[in-house]
Design a protein. Structure first.
Length: 185
């Protein structure tokens, strides 16, 4: 499981293309990895949002190779007025999400994956829609490791994973009904 490639793309190259016609477009928006202290962040990505959506979500994998637990919070994002880390749980068949108070803990030696249906970076009060092929930046703060700016390449609306086209029956974030069948992607 440690064959993860460290991919650094030449910045800007992927962002300017309008690759809407290519099903694999999202795979071209390669994500960078980040290291801060003993924290490693891999495969950051975000989901495109429909026009008018109030919020969006971003995801990543965080590994703590240090000896002490760390906690991560989202400080700010260039695309939204507010940024939080949320948990998501199923309560009697209803998806509930709430802010992780005090930050999301990453124990020593632990890897936590933020992904649809689970923990996520919540971008609240979007200033503009998140468009596939662009990227969104967020500043994360780790209590021990410090602060890091992460670029999240934006995948398709409803994508289940980076580079994977939107599939049927994908769970949507809050205000969910907004997922109209769209030809845009
Ligand atoms: Cu949320």
């Amino acid at each position: 499981m440690t064959t993860m490639k460290r991919t650094m793309t030449s910045r800007g190259a992927g962002a300017i293309f309008a690759l809407a016609a290519l099903p694999l477009a999202a795979a071209n928006a390669q994500a960078a990895d980040y290291d801060v202290g003993s924290i490693h962040i891999s495969q950051p990505w975000a989901r495109a949002t429909p026009k008018g959506a109030a919020s969006g979500a971003a995801y990543m994998t965080i590994t703590n190779s240090g000896k002490t637990p760390d906690k991560v919070s989202c400080v700010s994002s260039d695309a939204s007025a507010e940024c939080q880390i949320h948990s998501m749980t199923m309560d009697n068949g209803v998806m509930q999400m709430r802010p992780v108070e005090g930050g999301l803990e990453i124990k020593p030696g632990e890897t936590v994956t933020l992904k649809p249906g689970g923990f996520h970076v919540m971008l609240l009060n979007l200033k503009h829609p998140l468009e596939q092929g662009n990227s969104v930046k967020a500043t994360l703060k780790f209590d021990n490791a410090g602060t890091v700016d992460v670029d999240y390449p934006i995948a398709a609306i409803g994508a289940a994973a980076p580079g994977v086209p939107a599939g049927g029956g994908t769970m949507m974030m809050q205000g969910g009904g907004a997922m109209a069948p769209t030809k845009k992607q």
